[in-house]
Design a protein around this ligand. Structure first.
Ligand SMILES: [Zn+2]
Length: 416
């Protein structure tokens, strides 16, 4: 008697990876939706499941001091630094199942395939499921990747969430040891970091391409603009005598839009606007709005921000208004390593895929790792943006990402 056995599914199969993402989505803080805030009970349960999956792929697993799950697939040559793959498993509230989780599942699949084939590369591979990418729960964010880059700020241990729980207490409840965070650093002691992630934007879908190679994670400047004029009665104040803060702000917002339009990679957004004391019969005397300028190139961003600032001052002067601009956040762009980009391109081309390059407008863990090691990202075509339950990536595209990452890793030359 012989039994017929179905062949084991390829670890890189997209259908299998999509099923795994759906499986991982059962760990949620809010039943019926995907909400897995950093260091929450659902995050802890998901981290436990991910750790079991990592162990099943032949990796030595530990929970690091920031709450990240780290799996290590040993290399054949002793003493070589690791190549790090991964993404994050925390989510925003009412998220989709792909943002972050996809990169962890894809990285795991690469190791599962190496393990199934009995392949041992010269260097170790570490797969990291970062714990704090979305920045929803605490005021600070990217703490897992900052620790890996040797840039963790111990003051953020005292950050508190909306319930008054400190990050330190949340880490301890999670089973992590905040006292050991400094020892997480891999700065200068890793071959690099590669992350697969859904695009979160419409570019690849519009081009009809399954994958894209990221050139840089955009830097950002954020500011609050306070515009002051003179409040007055909407019926009695003649048009030519007005110092209307809102019409001035409107002109400033359009100027920001005009400056950013038509320049590849540059975006400028006014996302909030407040009119204190607003009323239907009052000419607005004060308006406050936010400004968010991003670009993959720091010079491009700084030039645009300076131009927009100058336009705001000119418009204010012409209208008899006062405009005050306070920069609230500034982050440099994180360029992706040119050799890593080329190696990802070759891996894609070997599969007959076009290697389209594009910047990432959204921030990622690579932002904090940049400078400490070479980084690159592989974007997967997605629909309906991200940070909502409708975000989606096709199984076939996820499978292609896993194949490209597997090709990248197996062809990787640690000597550069
Ligand atoms: Zn993400």
């Amino acid at each position: 008697m012989s039994t017929v056995q179905a062949p084991a599914p390829d670890p890189l199969d997209g259908g299998r990876l999509l099923a795994r993402l759906k499986d991982l989505a059962r760990f949620t803080d809010v039943p019926g939706e995907m909400t897995r805030l950093s260091l929450s009970p659902a995050h802890k349960a998901a981290a436990g499941e991910v750790a079991r999956w990592f162990a099943g792929a032949g990796m030595a697993v530990h929970l690091d001091a920031t709450g990240a799950v780290v799996g290590r697939y040993e290399g054949g040559t002793p003493g070589m630094p690791p190549l790090i793959l991964g993404s994050h498993i925390d989510t925003v509230r009412n998220a989709g199942i792909f943002d972050g989780n996809l990169g962890v599942v894809v990285a795991l699949a690469v190791v599962e395939r190496l393990h199934a084939d009995g392949t041992r590369l010269p260097f170790p591979i570490e797969v990291v499921a970062f714990a704090d990418e979305e920045g929803v729960r605490f005021p600070s964010t990217l703490t897992s990747s900052r620790a890996l880059a040797g840039r963790f700020d111990p003051a953020t241990l005292d950050d508190r969430d909306a319930d008054g729980i400190s990050r330190r207490a949340a880490l301890e409840a999670f089973g992590a040891d905040p006292a050991a965070i400094a020892a997480c650093s891999r700065a200068g002691r890793a071959l690099g970091y590669v992350e697969a992630h859904i695009e979160q934007g419409p570019v690849l879908e519009a081009l009809g391409l399954p994958l894209g190679i990221v050139t840089a994670i955009a830097g950002a400047t954020r500011a609050v603009v306070d515009v002051r004029g003179q409040a007055g009665h909407s019926g009695t104040l003649p048009m030519e005598m007005r110092q209307d803060a809102l019409t001035g702000a409107a002109e400033m917002i359009l100027a920001a839009e005009a400056r950013a339009k038509g320049e590849t990679g540059l975006v400028a957004t006014v996302g909030t606007l407040a009119i204190p004391g607003a009323a239907v019969n009052v000419v607005p005397g004060t308006v406050r709005f936010s400004l968010d300028v991003r670009a993959p190139d720091d010079g491009q961003r700084l030039r645009a921000f300076a131009d927009i600032t100058a336009r705001i001052r000119d418009i204010a002067a012409a209208r008899g208004l006062q405009a005050r601009l306070d920069v609230t956040y500034e982050a440099a762009a994180a360029p992706c390593d040119p050799h890593f980009q080329a190696a990802l391109s070759h891996a894609a081309e070997r599969l007959g895929l076009p290697a389209h390059r594009l910047p990432s407008g959204a921030g990622h863990d690579g932002l904090s790792l940049s400078g400490a090691m070479p980084i690159v990202m592989l974007f997967v075509r997605s629909t309906n943006g991200s940070h909502n339950p409708r975000e989606h990536a096709e199984a076939a595209d996820i499978g292609l990402a896993a194949q490209v990452l597997h090709g990248f890793v197996t062809a990787f030359d640690p000597a550069g």
